[in-house]
Design a protein around this ligand. Structure first.
Ligand code: ADP
Length: 546
């Protein structure tokens, strides 16, 4: 069958087009960065585009070719932003590396990606120096610093970022690349095996940025000031370094200091209206406000994703007059898949019901299809009750892992849908709610217990600062939950009061068989509670009911 073709131009969706657009249309909008020493740097999207052009020329001059992988090991700051655009703009691949990974994982990632250059923040140079003897492909290390502040280093092949830019032309005609060309690379944090690479294209990145501007209720627009607390070394800071210039949103880059006091200081000082990060960071900010009696006079909304928030966290954030926005996604999905926003809540809910509803992960962005699969691939009804594994398909979802046939083989169903490994429900309105990660499920007497719901419930107890439920083998029930709890500092909480609290809040068979107190939770490289480490620590634990 022949179709009548549209008569429209076709221009490739390229990352370089975002910074060109921002420079032309939002040229005066600022990017503010705070560095490790607490110093503040200010410039505009126009200034950034000039330095990006100079950096792109410098990279080409160093022999960087399309497809080469160029690594960054850096906090959120303006030079990291410049690297995002200059590297991808000339057709090379910006490979962001998470400095919090274990040494073996870091060595594996650099060698697997075959990075030619590493750009590193001065404070992270010792890390790279320690790895250097084991890196097989790296030709030079470039310190993201000016000449005066270059640190001493025993590395022979070390260069200075600002020196590279000196004398380079201030504008550039970007190459017209295939929009499907690779632009950025990020490895998962490898909670179960070696990290796996998600290789984003120009097209997927631009579509994700457009989708996320639309899917965040108009929060990204001129006049708004956004602070990415989510790191630029993990899933491109959830795509905000692309979505902000595209939408004319100003940016405040927090550098390495992410404690409650530093974040509060930046939010108030720089007039941040919107920010995004994992729940652990927002617990830190809330704790700081509680201790100091601080207020949030500028902030209008907080995006929370990466791990499940508790109802108590949603309530505390909103008690400051700040709207809570919930998001869900994975490294493999660019990452944002769903958002839960005030505008998408059902009508006629009480204020408390509205906050409870925001425990749901929300509805997908345009261009992503979601379905649930039961055991043996059976379809699961979208009734808001039945749970299944969440499968995805869309322009911003990986089609395979970078150079990893085995992992790719295991991660897609026979129709090519990506298997997320997350378990959840979907209601008739297309709203998703996660109940667990497949590997964290607790199965008691043939029935699932949702560790996410159990943790959210117990965080409403005033003496509980953090909580994680893990499965412990049980002779009668197969598995029963053990609840690991970090008590609020200085509070004397006992098991009985927590169990009593839970008896009123969750189904009786969900009430954990025991509670173990710890001083702090082990965290993953992306700041989430590491259940794998908890399971190792409590291996062989004897439940009182066993
Ligand atoms: P990792 O945590 O393994 O480094 P990602 O950063 O890609 O990998 O995290 C993706 C996972 O984080 C998801 O599969 C999901 O289990 C969890 N996650 C992300 N957002 C949420 C959320 N809003 N609520 C609950 N879990 C979430």
């Amino acid at each position: 069958m022949s179709v009548l073709m549209g008569q429209m131009m076709e221009r490739p969706l390229l990352i370089s087009s975002i910074i060109d657009y921002a420079a032309a249309v939002y040229g005066d909008i600022p990017i503010v960065s705070r560095d490790a020493a607490g110093l503040t740097h200010r410039y505009s999207y126009r200034d950034a585009s000039v330095r990006i052009a100079r950096l792109a020329h410098a990279l080409t001059g160093m022999g960087v070719k399309p497809g080469d992988r160029i690594a960054t090991v850096a906090w959120n700051g303006y030079r990291h932003f410049e690297l995002y655009y200059a590297i991808s703009g000339i057709g090379a691949v910006c490979h962001t590396v998470n400095p919090r990974l274990f040494r073996d994982q870091l060595v594996h990632i650099f060698n697997h990606a075959e990075d030619r250059l590493i750009f590193v923040d001065p404070s992270l140079l010792p890390l790279v120096e320690g790895l250097a003897p084991d890196l097989s492909s790296v030709e030079s290390v470039i310190v993201m610093s000016d000449a005066a502040d270059m640190p001493e280093s025993a590395l022979g092949n070390i260069l200075c970022y600002e020196k590279l830019l000196e004398g380079q032309p201030e504008s550039i005609d970007w190459p017209s690349l295939d929009e499907r060309a690779a632009a950025a690379l990020c490895y998962t944090s490898g909670t179960t095996a070696n990290p796996k690479g998600a290789l984003y294209s120009h097209r997927s990145t631009v579509l994700h940025a457009l989708g996320s501007v639309v899917g965040q209720d108009g929060w990204l627009r001129p006049g708004q000031v956004f602070m990415p607390v989510v790191p630029m070394f993990h899933v491109c800071a959830w795509g905000y370094p692309y979505a902000c210039p595209l939408s004319g949103t100003a940016m405040v880059m927090p550098g390495p200091r992410l404690d409650g006091a530093s974040l509060h200081d930046l939010i108030e000082g720089e007039g941040v209206t919107l920010s995004a990060g994992v729940p652990t960071l927002w617990y830190g900010l809330m704790e700081h406000l509680r201790k100091t009696g601080g207020t949030l006079t500028k902030l209008k909304a907080l995006v929370c994703g990466g791990a499940a928030p508790s109802l108590a966290l949603i309530q505390e954030i909103e008690s400051h007059g700040v709207e809570f926005l919930h998001g869900w996604g994975l490294t493999e999905t660019s990452p944002i898949v769903t958002t839960c926003l005030n505008s998408t809540l059902p009508e006629n809910l009480t204020p408390e019901e509205r906050q409870r509803y925001k425990l749901k992960q929300g509805r997908p962005l345009y261009g992503i299809d979601v379905k649930l699969a039961g055991e043996g691939g059976k379809t699961v009804p979208h009734d808001g009750e039945s749970a299944g594994e969440i499968l995805l398909r869309g322009n911003t979802v990986i089609s395979g892992y970078y150079r990893d046939a085995e992992a790719s083989e295991a991660s897609f169903d026979e129709d090519g849908w990506f298997r997320t490994g997350d378990i959840g429900t979907l209601n008739a309105a297309g709203t998703l709610q996660l109940t667990d990660r497949a590997k964290d499920l607790i199965k008691s007497g043939g029935e699932w217990i949702s560790s996410i719901d159990l943790e959210s419930a117990v965080l409403g107890h005033p003496g509980v600062a953090a909580a994680a439920a893990i499965a412990i083998p049980h002779p009668k029930w197969d598995e029963r939950p053990l609840l690991v709890v970090v008590p609020v500092e200085g509070q004397d909480v006992d098991k009985g009061s927590i169990l009593d609290y839970l008896r009123g809040a969750v189904a009786s068979f969900w009430v954990p068989d025991d509670i173990a107190f710890v001083d702090e939770m082990p965290l993953t490289a992306t700041g989430k509670i590491s259940k794998r480490q908890l399971r190792q620590r409590f291996e062989g634990y004897k439940l009182p009911t066993a």
